[in-house]
Design a protein around this ligand. Structure first.
Ligand SMILES: NC(=O)c1ccc[n+]([C@@H]2O[C@H](COP(=O)([O-])OP(=O)(O)OC[C@H]3O[C@@H](n4cnc5c(N)ncnc54)[C@H](O)[C@@H]3O)[C@@H](O)[C@H]2O)c1
Length: 380
């Protein structure tokens, strides 16, 4: 970790893959790092910044600095936008962006920069993987969720009418630049939702991180930049490790990052991706998983309380009032199980930082855990 000016830290995490290596830079005010990387990587390539209008509006100085520094270094620059919202993560948006890139004369050696949350990152990565059979891209995430999770690891994709992320690639970025100053404008609900993914890393991988989060809850709630840099780089390191060990999600390592996601996805689907943000659904999914772990005798009683304490400390206290019935959610769980060849593989915990992959946990336990969590939530 190199200190660059008093009070502000910058951390660099390496993602070391068999075929390639890239860095995740985490800091505050790091536009120049992005331009330095671009200048170093290849001379005189066109740079296309892909984003959404609210992000460009919220950060005019970031945009202006990027544009000016690139112009100073001799790089042609274009801004391309598409509307915000999960519903635009689709093939129509991709088609429009392809057409725009062709109109701008973007070539194979040029560079795309995906500047936004997980939606921009996933769409940008999909475009980069496929436009002219693949161009380089950088991830510059602007949500906490994207900084700790989606921007790292090269999973990119779009939604189809039949479901989420059904078309996509494993296509690694050339670099990831997390600028925590961008998080100042993130709506509180989005920030807190990202905290659920942060909690996931602590619960699955690191009890010392769990204690760190409890100790720093106030600083995190006030978006203290140094604390955010520490948290994001810690998550990035854990994610980089899982991606290195299992880039293509085939070896039972990357699956650990799905803790809370089995029930989380089902809850998102049942509520048509409208009521719950991704992290909120994952938070509920982790609470259910903790109860299943206890119910199976895998974990001691108390694991659920440990989850509650951490999630509440990070601000995940009151979830949206509309929650589905457990029967509706169970239907989706059964459907997912059928689609996965009749086997439901769930990540559960023996205790904090001791995950286990369990095949087909008893349905009655899942249902009971789900009912208890939903009842508790509705009563809050
Ligand atoms: N590829 C992966 O590995 C992976 C992992 C997890 C999730 N995802 C995907 O990520 C997506 C969700 O991403 P998300 O949670 O970042 O949501 P998002 O990208 O939809 O962003 C949330 C909202 O915040 C706005 N926004 C973004 N940054 C902002 C900022 N700094 N200030 C103000 N507003 C800002 C966006 O315009 C949007 O309206 C889902 O599509 C999910 O499938 C992908």
């Amino acid at each position: 970790m190199a200190r660059i000016e008093p009070g502000l830290e910058r951390e660099t995490v390496s993602v070391n893959l068999p075929q390639r290596k890239y860095s995740v830079v985490v800091g505050s005010g790091i536009v120049k790092d992005i331009v330095d990387y671009i200048s170093y990587s290849a001379p005189s390539r066109t740079v296309v910044l892909l984003t959404q209008p609210p992000i460009a509006r919220a950060h005019p100085s970031f945009l202006k600095s990027l544009e000016e520094l690139l112009a100073g270094a001799g790089f042609p620059f274009h801004l391309v936008t598409f509307p915000s919202g999960e519903r635009y993560k689709n093939i129509n948006t991709v088609k429009k962006i392809y057409e725009k890139l062709l109109e701008l004369g973007v070539e194979r050696r040029d560079l795309l920069v995906a500047w936004g949350g997980g939606v921009v990152g996933d769409v940008g990565g999909f475009i980069a993987a496929s436009y002219l059979r693949g161009i380089d891209y950088l991830q510059v995430p602007t949500t906490l969720m994207a900084m700790v999770d989606s921007s790292i690891g090269g999973k990119v994709g779009i939604n189809l009418g039949e479901g989420k992320n059904l078309a996509g690639f494993f296509y690694q970025p050339k670099g990831v630049f997390c600028d925590v100053s961008l998080l100042k404008t993130l709506p509180r609900r989005e920030l807190v939702s990202g905290m659920a993914e942060v909690a996931k890393y602590a619960l699955v991988f690191q009890s010392s991180f769990y204690s760190f989060l409890l100790r720093n809850k106030q600083k995190l709630a006030s978006r203290d930049e140094t604390s955010l840099i520490r948290v994001i780089s810690r998550c990035a390191r854990l994610k980089a490790r899982m991606v290195k060990e299992d880039e293509l999600d085939l070896k039972d390592r990357r699956i650990l990052l799905n803790y809370g996601h089995t029930l989380g996805h089902a809850l998102e689907r049942v509520t048509s991706y409208r009521e719950l943000l991704h992290g909120e659904a994952v938070a509920l999914g982790m609470l259910v998983a903790a109860k299943i772990s206890e119910g199976m005798g895998l974990a001691d009683e108390g694991l659920y309380g440990v989850h509650r304490e951490l999630l509440e400390s990070l601000g995940i206290t009151s979830l949206p009032s509309f929650l589905p019935s457990s029967e509706e959610v169970m239907e989706v769980v059964r459907y997912d199980k059928k689609r996965a060849g009749g086997k439901l593989r769930m990540v559960l915990l023996r205790k904090v930082a001791s995950p286990a992959i369990v095949e087909d946990p008893p349905e009655r336990l899942i249902r009971r855990a789900l009912e208890e969590v939903l009842k508790e939530e509705k009563g809050r």
